[in-house]
Design a protein around this ligand. Structure first.
Ligand code: URA
Length: 247
Protein backbone atom coordinates (compact mmCIF):
# COMPACT_ATOMS: atom_id res chain seq x y z
CA UNK A 1 0.00 0.00 0.00
CA UNK A 2 1.30 3.45 -0.91
CA UNK A 3 0.05 6.99 -0.48
CA UNK A 4 -2.11 7.98 -3.40
CA UNK A 5 -0.10 11.11 -4.28
CA UNK A 6 3.06 8.99 -4.47
CA UNK A 7 1.38 6.41 -6.73
CA UNK A 8 0.10 9.15 -9.03
CA UNK A 9 3.48 10.88 -9.17
CA UNK A 10 5.26 7.59 -9.87
CA UNK A 11 2.80 6.85 -12.66
CA UNK A 12 3.89 10.12 -14.26
CA UNK A 13 0.59 11.98 -13.75
CA UNK A 14 2.31 15.13 -12.38
CA UNK A 15 4.61 16.24 -9.56
CA UNK A 16 3.74 15.02 -6.05
CA UNK A 17 2.59 18.56 -5.12
CA UNK A 18 0.34 18.81 -8.19
CA UNK A 19 -1.06 15.32 -7.50
CA UNK A 20 -2.04 16.45 -4.00
CA UNK A 21 -3.95 19.31 -5.57
CA UNK A 22 -5.73 16.88 -7.93
CA UNK A 23 -6.76 14.75 -4.95
CA UNK A 24 -8.02 17.78 -2.96
CA UNK A 25 -9.95 18.95 -6.02
CA UNK A 26 -11.87 15.63 -6.09
CA UNK A 27 -10.41 14.53 -9.41
CA UNK A 28 -9.06 11.19 -8.24
CA UNK A 29 -11.07 8.01 -7.81
CA UNK A 30 -10.08 4.70 -6.25
CA UNK A 31 -12.27 1.76 -7.21
CA UNK A 32 -14.93 4.19 -8.36
CA UNK A 33 -14.97 6.28 -5.14
CA UNK A 34 -13.74 9.86 -5.16
CA UNK A 35 -10.93 10.33 -2.62
CA UNK A 36 -10.19 13.80 -1.30
CA UNK A 37 -8.18 12.96 1.83
CA UNK A 38 -4.42 13.35 1.43
CA UNK A 39 -2.52 10.35 2.71
CA UNK A 40 -5.18 7.84 1.64
CA UNK A 41 -3.39 4.65 0.71
CA UNK A 42 -4.00 2.33 -2.22
CA UNK A 43 -2.39 -0.63 -3.95
CA UNK A 44 -1.91 0.04 -7.66
CA UNK A 45 -1.61 -3.70 -8.39
CA UNK A 46 -5.10 -4.34 -7.01
CA UNK A 47 -7.01 -1.04 -6.95
CA UNK A 48 -8.31 0.72 -10.00
CA UNK A 49 -7.15 4.34 -9.85
CA UNK A 50 -8.40 7.07 -12.18
CA UNK A 51 -7.56 10.75 -12.59
CA UNK A 52 -10.30 12.78 -14.23
CA UNK A 53 -11.77 9.49 -15.44
CA UNK A 54 -8.52 8.26 -16.99
CA UNK A 55 -7.12 4.96 -15.74
CA UNK A 56 -3.56 5.24 -14.54
CA UNK A 57 -1.06 2.47 -14.73
CA UNK A 58 -1.65 -1.06 -15.75
CA UNK A 59 -4.88 -2.99 -16.02
CA UNK A 60 -6.34 -3.69 -12.62
CA UNK A 61 -5.13 -7.01 -11.27
CA UNK A 62 -7.89 -9.52 -10.68
CA UNK A 63 -7.73 -12.74 -8.71
CA UNK A 64 -10.61 -15.18 -9.10
CA UNK A 65 -11.64 -18.49 -7.61
CA UNK A 66 -13.85 -20.62 -9.86
CA UNK A 67 -15.54 -23.88 -8.93
CA UNK A 68 -14.76 -25.56 -12.23
CA UNK A 69 -17.34 -28.11 -13.33
CA UNK A 70 -16.14 -31.35 -14.93
CA UNK A 71 -16.24 -31.49 -18.73
CA UNK A 72 -14.59 -28.07 -19.11
CA UNK A 73 -11.11 -27.29 -20.45
CA UNK A 74 -8.64 -25.36 -18.29
CA UNK A 75 -7.63 -22.90 -20.96
CA UNK A 76 -8.41 -19.33 -21.97
CA UNK A 77 -9.09 -20.40 -25.58
CA UNK A 78 -10.00 -23.60 -27.41
CA UNK A 79 -9.68 -23.77 -31.19
CA UNK A 80 -12.14 -26.70 -31.23
CA UNK A 81 -14.81 -24.59 -29.56
CA UNK A 82 -15.23 -26.78 -26.47
CA UNK A 83 -16.38 -25.29 -23.18
CA UNK A 84 -13.53 -23.42 -21.44
CA UNK A 85 -13.16 -22.11 -17.91
CA UNK A 86 -13.34 -18.44 -18.94
CA UNK A 87 -16.88 -19.08 -20.30
CA UNK A 88 -17.94 -19.03 -16.64
CA UNK A 89 -16.54 -15.56 -15.88
CA UNK A 90 -19.46 -13.37 -16.88
CA UNK A 91 -18.79 -9.68 -16.27
CA UNK A 92 -14.99 -10.01 -15.96
CA UNK A 93 -13.47 -7.65 -18.53
CA UNK A 94 -9.81 -8.32 -17.74
CA UNK A 95 -7.98 -11.07 -19.63
CA UNK A 96 -7.32 -13.68 -16.99
CA UNK A 97 -5.50 -16.99 -17.25
CA UNK A 98 -5.75 -20.18 -15.18
CA UNK A 99 -3.13 -20.70 -12.46
CA UNK A 100 -2.01 -24.25 -13.21
CA UNK A 101 -4.57 -26.65 -14.58
CA UNK A 102 -7.22 -29.17 -13.75
CA UNK A 103 -8.00 -32.08 -16.09
CA UNK A 104 -11.10 -31.92 -18.29
CA UNK A 105 -12.87 -34.34 -15.91
CA UNK A 106 -11.63 -32.79 -12.66
CA UNK A 107 -13.83 -30.30 -10.85
CA UNK A 108 -13.25 -27.84 -8.06
CA UNK A 109 -11.03 -24.97 -7.05
CA UNK A 110 -9.32 -23.19 -9.92
CA UNK A 111 -7.59 -19.83 -9.59
CA UNK A 112 -7.51 -17.37 -12.48
CA UNK A 113 -5.62 -14.09 -12.66
CA UNK A 114 -3.99 -11.53 -14.94
CA UNK A 115 -1.09 -11.18 -12.47
CA UNK A 116 1.72 -13.14 -14.09
CA UNK A 117 4.03 -12.86 -11.07
CA UNK A 118 1.35 -14.29 -8.79
CA UNK A 119 0.64 -17.20 -11.17
CA UNK A 120 4.36 -17.91 -11.49
CA UNK A 121 4.88 -17.85 -7.73
CA UNK A 122 2.08 -20.35 -7.14
CA UNK A 123 2.91 -22.76 -9.94
CA UNK A 124 6.71 -22.75 -9.80
CA UNK A 125 7.81 -26.30 -8.89
CA UNK A 126 10.25 -25.07 -6.24
CA UNK A 127 7.42 -23.52 -4.21
CA UNK A 128 5.52 -26.79 -3.56
CA UNK A 129 2.22 -25.11 -2.68
CA UNK A 130 -0.02 -27.86 -1.21
CA UNK A 131 -3.14 -28.79 -3.16
CA UNK A 132 -5.87 -30.93 -1.60
CA UNK A 133 -8.22 -33.22 -3.52
CA UNK A 134 -11.11 -35.53 -2.80
CA UNK A 135 -10.55 -38.59 -4.97
CA UNK A 136 -13.37 -41.10 -5.27
CA UNK A 137 -11.71 -44.33 -6.30
CA UNK A 138 -12.82 -47.78 -7.41
CA UNK A 139 -12.84 -50.24 -4.49
CA UNK A 140 -11.49 -49.49 -1.03
CA UNK A 141 -7.71 -49.14 -0.83
CA UNK A 142 -6.00 -50.88 2.06
CA UNK A 143 -4.21 -48.75 4.67
CA UNK A 144 -0.88 -50.11 3.41
CA UNK A 145 -1.70 -48.79 -0.08
CA UNK A 146 -2.37 -45.35 1.35
CA UNK A 147 0.96 -45.58 3.21
CA UNK A 148 2.68 -46.03 -0.16
CA UNK A 149 1.09 -42.80 -1.39
CA UNK A 150 2.09 -41.05 1.85
CA UNK A 151 5.75 -42.04 1.53
CA UNK A 152 6.05 -41.49 -2.24
CA UNK A 153 5.34 -43.87 -5.08
CA UNK A 154 7.17 -44.56 -8.34
CA UNK A 155 5.41 -43.18 -11.42
CA UNK A 156 6.74 -43.25 -14.96
CA UNK A 157 8.21 -39.75 -14.43
CA UNK A 158 9.85 -40.59 -11.07
CA UNK A 159 9.04 -40.84 -7.36
CA UNK A 160 6.31 -38.61 -5.97
CA UNK A 161 7.04 -36.46 -2.93
CA UNK A 162 5.44 -37.45 0.39
CA UNK A 163 1.71 -36.69 0.48
CA UNK A 164 -0.92 -36.43 3.20
CA UNK A 165 -3.56 -39.09 2.67
CA UNK A 166 -6.63 -40.10 4.68
CA UNK A 167 -9.96 -41.87 4.27
CA UNK A 168 -12.80 -39.38 3.83
CA UNK A 169 -15.73 -41.70 3.14
CA UNK A 170 -16.20 -45.40 2.45
CA UNK A 171 -19.23 -46.73 0.59
CA UNK A 172 -21.07 -49.33 2.75
CA UNK A 173 -20.93 -51.88 -0.10
CA UNK A 174 -17.17 -51.34 -0.36
CA UNK A 175 -17.51 -50.52 -4.05
CA UNK A 176 -15.75 -47.19 -3.76
CA UNK A 177 -14.01 -44.92 -1.29
CA UNK A 178 -13.33 -41.22 -1.15
CA UNK A 179 -9.81 -40.36 -0.10
CA UNK A 180 -8.53 -36.91 0.84
CA UNK A 181 -5.06 -36.37 -0.56
CA UNK A 182 -2.74 -33.37 -0.36
CA UNK A 183 0.15 -33.23 -2.81
CA UNK A 184 2.94 -30.69 -3.00
CA UNK A 185 3.71 -31.01 -6.70
CA UNK A 186 1.78 -30.35 -9.87
CA UNK A 187 2.68 -33.07 -12.33
CA UNK A 188 0.36 -33.93 -15.16
CA UNK A 189 -2.61 -36.11 -13.99
CA UNK A 190 -0.65 -36.79 -10.84
CA UNK A 191 -3.45 -37.80 -8.46
CA UNK A 192 -5.04 -40.07 -11.06
CA UNK A 193 -1.70 -41.73 -11.77
CA UNK A 194 -0.94 -42.19 -8.05
CA UNK A 195 -4.20 -44.06 -7.47
CA UNK A 196 -3.76 -46.07 -10.66
CA UNK A 197 -0.36 -47.13 -9.28
CA UNK A 198 -2.04 -48.73 -6.24
CA UNK A 199 -4.73 -50.38 -8.37
CA UNK A 200 -7.63 -48.09 -7.43
CA UNK A 201 -8.45 -45.87 -10.43
CA UNK A 202 -10.02 -42.48 -9.78
CA UNK A 203 -13.69 -42.17 -10.73
CA UNK A 204 -14.27 -38.59 -9.57
CA UNK A 205 -11.75 -35.93 -8.65
CA UNK A 206 -12.37 -32.61 -6.99
CA UNK A 207 -9.83 -30.04 -5.78
CA UNK A 208 -10.99 -28.59 -2.49
CA UNK A 209 -8.01 -26.49 -1.41
CA UNK A 210 -5.04 -24.60 -2.79
CA UNK A 211 -2.59 -23.60 -0.05
CA UNK A 212 -4.75 -22.32 2.80
CA UNK A 213 -7.58 -21.36 0.46
CA UNK A 214 -10.64 -23.63 0.54
CA UNK A 215 -13.39 -24.04 -2.04
CA UNK A 216 -16.00 -24.03 0.72
CA UNK A 217 -19.65 -24.06 -0.30
CA UNK A 218 -19.22 -22.28 -3.63
CA UNK A 219 -21.62 -23.75 -6.19
CA UNK A 220 -20.32 -25.52 -9.28
CA UNK A 221 -19.75 -23.13 -12.21
CA UNK A 222 -19.72 -20.00 -10.00
CA UNK A 223 -16.76 -17.75 -9.25
CA UNK A 224 -15.79 -15.01 -6.83
CA UNK A 225 -13.00 -12.46 -6.37
CA UNK A 226 -10.41 -13.30 -3.75
CA UNK A 227 -10.04 -10.93 -0.81
CA UNK A 228 -6.77 -9.07 -0.24
CA UNK A 229 -6.10 -11.30 2.77
CA UNK A 230 -6.59 -14.42 0.64
CA UNK A 231 -4.21 -13.11 -2.04
CA UNK A 232 -1.58 -12.33 0.59
CA UNK A 233 -2.20 -15.72 2.26
CA UNK A 234 -1.52 -17.55 -1.02
CA UNK A 235 1.69 -15.59 -1.63
CA UNK A 236 2.73 -16.44 1.91
CA UNK A 237 2.01 -20.16 1.46
CA UNK A 238 4.24 -20.24 -1.62
CA UNK A 239 7.04 -18.63 0.37
CA UNK A 240 6.63 -20.86 3.45
CA UNK A 241 6.38 -24.00 1.33
CA UNK A 242 9.65 -23.06 -0.37
CA UNK A 243 11.41 -22.46 2.96
CA UNK A 244 10.09 -25.75 4.36
CA UNK A 245 11.39 -27.67 1.35
CA UNK A 246 14.89 -26.17 1.82
CA UNK A 247 15.19 -27.43 5.40
N1 URA B 1 -4.24 -34.54 -10.42
C1 URA B 1 -4.92 -35.10 -11.43
O1 URA B 1 -4.75 -36.29 -11.71
N2 URA B 1 -5.79 -34.33 -12.12
C2 URA B 1 -6.02 -33.05 -11.85
O2 URA B 1 -6.85 -32.41 -12.51
C3 URA B 1 -5.32 -32.46 -10.79
C4 URA B 1 -4.42 -33.23 -10.08
Amino acid sequence: MERLQKILAQAGVASRRKCEELILAGKVQVNGETVTVLGTKADPSVDSITVEGRNIGAEKKVYLLLNKPKGVITSATDPQGRKIVTDYLKGVRERVYPVGRLDYDTEGLLLLTNDGDFAHLLTHPKHHVPKTYLATVKGVPHGTDLDKLKKGIMLDDGMTHPAEVEYHDVDPDNKEATIMITIHEGRNRQVRRMFEAIGHPVQRLKRIAFGDLYLGTMKRGLFRHLTKAEIEGLKQSAKTAEKRSKR
